[in-house]
Write a protein that binds this ligand. Structure first.
Ligand code: AGP
Length: 616
């Protein structure tokens, strides 16, 4: 995790470093810091918490200079303290370093340095690397730019794990070094300035072209020219510069108090966007030019693996049922964080879809690379289409949901599920699915935005219901079939923004253990639409009521049986069974949101989380 910005050029660095850092806050917001070379030495400012606090500190006491680095941290090694905030310095105090990633052998390296008389002010792995580079630099016969590149190469040659680093040294002045392995790092070129950044969007307003550093690259920048060296030795041919497209506009919160609330309400529009131009009425099918596959090639697939993390994994679970039902192809969902440590059977006829809102989740990138290594076709399903996953996969599907700023994913979840439904439709129609059934699916999909809009009208009612349960210390979420994935997602939303323990189960699992948790203080939220398993869900609800457990049910409009059985009901418009998960998740998103607001939680930036998890 963590975000890095570096700037070297003709103007003062501080405004670029701070504004760019604000755009990288989705990568972590435990603490932030900046270091700028003032022509003689390097000065630094750090603060705990958001970038805005660092900006306040800099307003009071600005840093002058045209060469600097900055960092927003998501803590991995060491608590959230000012000492552990980046940048970190070497023993001489003249080298400053920012780092994204995890050095797995930091303990051994630290012990070695301690043995050679070094002392440390932080518990971080990053400070160890700063000392290692500084020590090698100080040992060089001459302390010049070549010596600094050589010192970086030497230290990184000893480092195990992942890194994206930016550094500067007071002795080499107007000179920045960047290097990466496993963590993304981009070099950008603008009007009289060069930049380092963890992603393109953060610097897109100031640069015309960027290069994406490869693993093992060390870039050396002097504000005008640049060189790319390899950690393994020698100079590299720099990657070809890529023109930068305008980043998606970052709109404000409008009439909403939080981005999450706004993004929940954007779902009718984002669902229209994900379907736009992709439903083919004549063929009764879906079209995805981004897959870059002919129908003959798609028919070759005999198995699909969907991999992702967190909310995205839950979308994959919902998609599994949809694709299997429509296309009759076996689908497996794999946690991306487990993928490379399992020996998932893969072959050239098993398509692996790496799913990720951000396209930068480290575990999902690793799963994608592992799949490539094993010869499987790799496709991406991403919202951010200029991300690592989008670039490294052979083709894919863009979600077009616009920027999602709330850390809790909402609108991108429903877009992912609908993208998978369309994929199931396409794969079904080139196999056994008849045209008339394809048309039913299309009609169902096209009705969704309006049904979601109607569901969103229940916002206030859901807020009132949530208010009744804010003293609950545990929530159970239950659903069957594809709605089990929605139970998992409802529980995750509750945990991540309100910090109330919550768990999701298939409803029938209740009597296999979960029922032990049922009591008067533990609300159960049942997903009980009038589908093929409706009566089964009613029986499970009865079992909870018999043990005095409060029940909130999400059901179908006009369902009086459910209303009479449960303490509270949220009744949604009728929708075809296969699309019910898309509708059912909306009240759970709103329920978690209103609970978190009532408890005074920081909804858009929950503690300990980051929007994009870029470390393993
Ligand atoms: C969702 O609310 C979470 N923020 C988290 O689980 C997220 O879905 C997960 O980290 C995967 O992110 P990605 O889709 O960007 O890969």
């Amino acid at each position: 995790m963590c975000g890095i910005i570096g700037c070297i050029g003709e103007a003062a660095a501080q405004p670029f470093l701070i504004e760019g850092l604000g755009r990288l806050e989705y990568r972590g917001y435990d603490s932030a810091g900046v270091a700028i070379w003032n022509g003689k030495e390097i000065e630094t400012r750090k603060s705990i918490g958001r970038v805005s606090r660092l900006a306040e500190a800099l307003n009071e006491s600005p840093l002058d200079g045209d060469t600097g680095i900055s960092h927003t941290r998501w803590a991995t090694h060491g608590a959230v303290t000012e000492e552990n905030a980046h940048p970190h310095f070497d023993a001489s105090g003249r080298l400053a370093l920012v780092h994204n990633g995890v050095l797995e052998n930091h303990k051994a390296l630290r012990d070695g340095l301690l043995g050679r008389g070094h002392t440390f002010v932080s518990q971080t792995d990053t400070e160890v690397l700063a000392h290692l580079i500084g020590e090698a630099f100080d040992c060089a016969p001459v302390q010049d730019r070549d010596a600094l590149v050589a010192a970086v190469r030497y230290a990184l040659g000893q480092a195990m794990g992942t890194y994206g680093i930016g550094l500067l040294h007071a002795d080499t002045g107007r000179f920045l070094i960047a290097a990466r392995k496993g963590s993304p790092l981009i070099v950008g070129f603008g009007d009289g300035r060069q930049f380092l950044s963890s992603d393109v969007d953060a610097i897109a307003d100031w640069v015309d072209e960027v290069i994406y550093l490869e693993d093992g690259d060390i870039a050396a920048l002097d504000g005008d020219t640049y060189e790319v060296h390899r950690v393994s030795g020698g100079e590299a041919t720099p990657p070809a510069p890529v023109k930068v497209e305008a980043p998606p506009t970052r709109e404000g919160r409008g009439r909403y108090a939080h981005y999450m609330h706004k993004e929940i309400h954007e779902q009718p529009e984002t669902l229209r966007e994900v379907m736009k131009g992709r439903l083919d009425h004549e063929g009764g099918t879906a079209v995805f030019s981004g897959l870059q596959r002919t129908n003959e090639e798609l028919r070759e697939w005999h198995r699909i693996v969907l991999t992702g993390c967190g909310t995205t994994y839950h979308a994959a679970l919902a998609g599994e049922s949809l694709i299997e039902a429509l296309a009759r192809i076996p689908v497996e969902c794999e946690y991306a964080s487990e993928f490379r440590y399992r020996n998932v059977p893969l072959d050239s006829r098993t398509a692996v879809f790496a799913m990720s809102q951000s396209g930068e989740t480290a575990d999902t990138i690793a799963a994608l690379r592992e799949s490539k290594r094993k010869g499987a076709p790799t496709l991406g399903i991403c919202n951010n289409v200029i991300s690592t996953i989008a670039r490294e996969s052979e083709g894919g599907v863009g979600l077009r949901a616009g920027l999602e700023i709330g850390v809790a994913a909402t609108k991108t979840f429903t877009s992912q599920v609908v993208a998978l439904a369309m994929l199931g439709l396409l794969l079904g129609r080139i196999r056994d699915l008849p045209h008339c059934e394809g048309m039913d699916i299309i009609r169902g999909l096209e009705s969704l935005p309006e049904l979601v809009a109607q569901t969103l009208e229940l916002d206030e009612e859901i807020s009132r219901i949530a208010a009744k349960y804010i003293s609950a210390r545990n929530f159970l979420f239950m659903g069957r079939q594809a709605n089990f994935s929605i139970a998992l997602e409802g529980a995750l939303k509750m945990k991540e923004i309100s910090y109330i323990p919550a768990s999701g189960y298939p409803s029938a699992e209740l009597k296999h253990g979960v029922i032990a948790l049922v009591n008067e203080e533990t609300p159960s939220i049942f997903l009980a639409p009038q589908d093929g398993v409706y009566e089964k869900n009613l029986s499970n609800i009865e079992e909870v009521k018999a043990r005095k457990g409060p029940v909130i049910a999400v059901g179908t409009e006009g369902d009086e049986t459910l209303a009479s059985l449960c303490d509270d009901v949220i009744l949604l418009p009728q929708v075809p069974d296969f699309l019910a998960p898309v509708l059912n998740v909306i009240p759970l998103q709103l329920f978690a949101y209103h609970t978190a607001v009532a408890l005074g939680c920081d909804v858009d930036k929950p503690k300990n989380l980051a929007k994009s998890v870029t470390v393993e």
